[in-house]
Design a protein around this ligand. Sequence first.
Ligand code: NAP
Length: 248
Amino acid sequence: MTHDAKRVALVSGGSRGIGRAVVKRLAAEGHDISFCYQSNGEAAISLEKELGELGVQVLARKVDVADADSVRAWVAETQETLGTVDVAVTAAGITRDNPLLMMTDEQWSEVRSVNLDGVYNVCRSVVFEMMKRRSGSLVLISSVAGVYGHATQSNYAATKAGIIGFGKSLAKEIGRYGIRSNVVAPGFIETDMTSVLGDKIRDEMLKSIPLKRFGAAEEVADLVSFLASERAGYITGSVFQIDGGITI
Ligand code: NAP
């Protein structure tokens, strides 16, 4: 830690799944939390209640990460009420799977807007204050699909690969300001996103995973927590796969 004040963590898509586990983990470590969600207010409210018991400050906002103005306003409000953001985690993401010939222009652009523009919007908004403070950690959630590709996910995989290029470029660009930028690429993790997979696909995937199970969101949160912290002070520009070995 480079300053005495409480650390502030901002998490996009923090109300469910991996983002929610990250929020809970960072709050348990004492971070004040600002998180956003898109539409599921109930999940956000239940998380706010859980965090209330930890005695940290919490700001929960309904923000579409694809909308640059809304993200700017959310980050500005976070900075005003909680202070400069020390850690930004971009977990908001969606899938709209289809083989290329069936893919609609909307499916392509919606995934791009949320998954890629959303990451740009968050990082673009938090980085200037981090530069002034000369410290900060960005943890961007990609996917193994962005490293290896995945049939029927050309839209999703393109955004997740884009996040890797974006995160590495930032590491080179803003490392001199004491800001680290790392990417986490999960495999199959038990969340609402993967709960829609049919039993047949699930069984097929399990066959290819050496550890013979899907991962838990909390396991991804452990890795994010490490990367966010000063324990990872000499790590930047790296891509960390957490996938039970599926990509071996
Ligand atoms: P999830 O359970 O579906 O949760 C997605 C979260 O993102 C929710 O909080 C959702 O808010 C929020 N969100 C979605 N669109 C948003 C938008 N436009 N603006 C703001 N927030 C938005 O997903 P997950 O499985 O935890 O995935 C989290 C991240 O990990 C994603 O980037 C995903 O691509 C990546 N990932 C997941 C897996 C996996 O197996 N689960 C694997 C690799 C990578 P609402 O509740 O309001 O919709």
